[in-house]
Design a protein. Structure first.
Length: 68
């Protein structure tokens, strides 16, 4: 049996971070089989995972601005 993936929790639509601080984005999804969460910035692939679905940049800078 398959259950379509559904996002159950995610970061706000707009996140503001002070330069040099941590950028933390999260996404939780349910479904069967367990969904693969893929992170992209402005359409460019960054990472994907089934188990580690958070996206973290430890020292954010202006170049990290974009649509994730």
């Amino acid at each position: 049996m398959h259950v379509l993936p559904t996002i159950t929790k995610r970061s706000r639509d707009k996140v503001t971070v002070v330069e040099g601080n941590v950028l933390y984005l999260f996404c939780e999804a349910e479904g069967y089989p367990k969904p693969l969460v893929t992170w992209r910035k402005n359409g460019k692939f960054l990472q994907s995972s089934i188990n580690e679905t958070d996206f973290i940049i430890h020292h954010a800078s202006k170049r990290d601005a974009g649509n994730y």
